[in-house]
Design a protein around this ligand. Sequence first.
Ligand code: ZN
Length: 283
Amino acid sequence: MQRWKVGDVTITRIIETEDASMSAAIMLPDATPANLVAIKWLRPHFVTGEGQLISSVHSLLVESCGQRIVIDTCLGNDKQRIVPQWHRRQGRFLDEIAAAGFARERVDFVVCTHLHPDHVGWNTMLVDGRWLPTFPSARYIFSAQDWAWLDKAPVSALGDYAGDSVRPVFDAGQGECVAPDFRITDEVWLESTPGHSPGHVSIRIASRGEQAVVTGDLMHHPCQLARPHWSSPFDFDKQMALRTRLDFISRYGDTPVLVFGSHFATPSAGRIVRDGDAWRLEI
Ligand SMILES: [Zn+2]
């Protein structure tokens, strides 16, 4: 469990998976071992000695203004998925968040940067054969534009994650569709970063003069700071995703804002600094 302070806000990372198993061919086809050799700062934290990308699936638990906020809910347990590492997982996520002071009954807000299966899994849990909201007292915050898209989309080839991880939250009356600049507390709010999904949002944090931002999947790996044009086959709109990524880098590059990458391997956060005619993550 790793913890950061941003002013009065506490951010705790809970990792569900972290390894080099997600091949570049799936996540970022351009990030081949040969193409990664030149980006030396990626080793050893973000690329293995053999040139494989290291990535993680993690949640960030945020305490702000007396509110407990879960940002992204990873893969979840018991879900039927075609990706072998995602299928019917039996992880200890709930024990780990409880140990971090986030017992599921005490969570006030759940916010998903976007509606993909590795960001919504623990929205629900299997109870007596039914999918029920994992966090019984939480308001679940979803980008209105993302839900409008997913609600109408055909069942994903990855598995019916809308049906098992999002729809039950609305059925229980806990889902809220919000604008992409929705404010959760005085210190935590959404920032519109569309492209990877139609209503994708990042999460901004500011407290006592310190600032942070959680990327979501506007970039998947720190190598995209050096090569912003490398894109994911899972981007809903590749051109929009690229524009958003370039905007994000120019907005936060060479600033004191601490950047949390939603799939960045340990240490998962750093500052974007200039590196010749590109950028790198300073950790
Ligand atoms: Zn993701």
